[in-house]
Design a protein around this ligand. Sequence first.
Ligand code: HEM
Length: 420
Amino acid sequence: MSDQNKPDKITRREMLFRTGAGGLGLLVGASGFGTISALGKTMSKEEEVNSDDVIPFYGKHQAGITTKQQTYVYLIALDLTTEKLSDIRDLFKEWTIASEKMSKGVLIDSYSDNLYVPPADTGEAAGLSASNLTLTYGFGPTFFEKEGADRFGLASKRPQRLKKLPAFPGDQLEDAWTGGDLCVQVCADDQQVAFHAIRNLIRIGRGIVTLRWMQSGFLRSPKADKKNATPRNLFGFKDGTVNPSTNEDYNDVIWSNGSEASWMKNGSYMVMRRIRMLLEVWDRTHLNEQNKTFGREKVSGAPLGHKDEFDEIDFDKKDEQGKPYIPADSHVKLGRGDGSQKIHRRSYSYSSEMDPTRAQLDAGLLFMSYQKDPFKQFVPIQKRMASSDRMNEYIRHIGSAVFACPGGISEGGYIGDSLF
Ligand code: HEM
């Protein structure tokens, strides 16, 4: 077995942390796992962990998939500029160490006494709690193969179901929001904590990866929503009512059993769609039409003709004129189909301020779903919706990507170790 392909663990030597200074491998101190930097100051202050809002980084599955949705997300896609698998492995090891630290709400490394090197942590999260930070990593189809070339000798490990999504009717995809070799989803209940995490991952990756796109999103905060109700999207509707919620559902819908690729066991496939919402058009649409578009009541979230948000939907229920309450072209009817395809939605609203070409708000849904097989779950649903969803008048799909997010790791392992 060549050295490039040897499975390994993070060694103590590798725990010596490298700053992201252009991949120079500048050693600034021994971070983490009980070691105190010879160069650094004591970590006592930074190591104080507020366990109330810490989501463990290690585990059977990656955090950030079934984790209760935090208030903020940053989602980035990265392209690899290196040709060496060993560079990528090293990068994932460093990201693992940094991710574990940041998830605990501590600095990636203590500041050095040497005033003439850049600090190992950019510092804006110092003193802030972990804020339920999660970091979720994924591999895009182009990680394995690009323009017909097996980039890192791993093409045979690409699962069949990890490939570019087909074109759907009405797609208006822009390169600026599409594709990517790798992705990282960072979520937290504090925006500065989330930004700090994404910024430091990008910094550490300098010289090995470049940023392809970056998207941010938000939901209402738990502070503003004392009832902990289903969050509302920018059309004002409760979004996320019908979603897997038990371990049985998760096994059924989300987690791979590894049959398609052993390295994906306990992992999941993420689909991202950036969907612009034409808010000006929507805001001029009467309430009855808004309700029919979704097949649900705007205020209560109840299916039309039903009482409560969580009522089982009876799609055959008819009004006084004998017409089904829930129109055949409504979003929930098409989302449900015959009930055989299910996905786990974990979307956020986005706002990129203003579209200068139209002098209108540029906002929408950063749609994310997790599933075992995008082609058996997401694709058939999106096919139905793309051809006849009543909502199409009010939205445009402008970005698309798919990533394989491997299972979680245990201490001593590193992200993607099952693949490398
Ligand atoms: C801007 C775009 C979208 C908006 C505003 C939106 C909004 C909603 C809303 C309000 C509901 C009803 C409440 C709920 O169960 O969560 C819903 C349900 C659903 N949506 Fe979407 N959605 C969008 C895009 C998509 C896409 C792209 C897909 C997948 C292809 C999708 C799949 C579903 C599914 C599967 C359901 C549940 C249907 C059921 O009751 O079984 N949605 N969505």
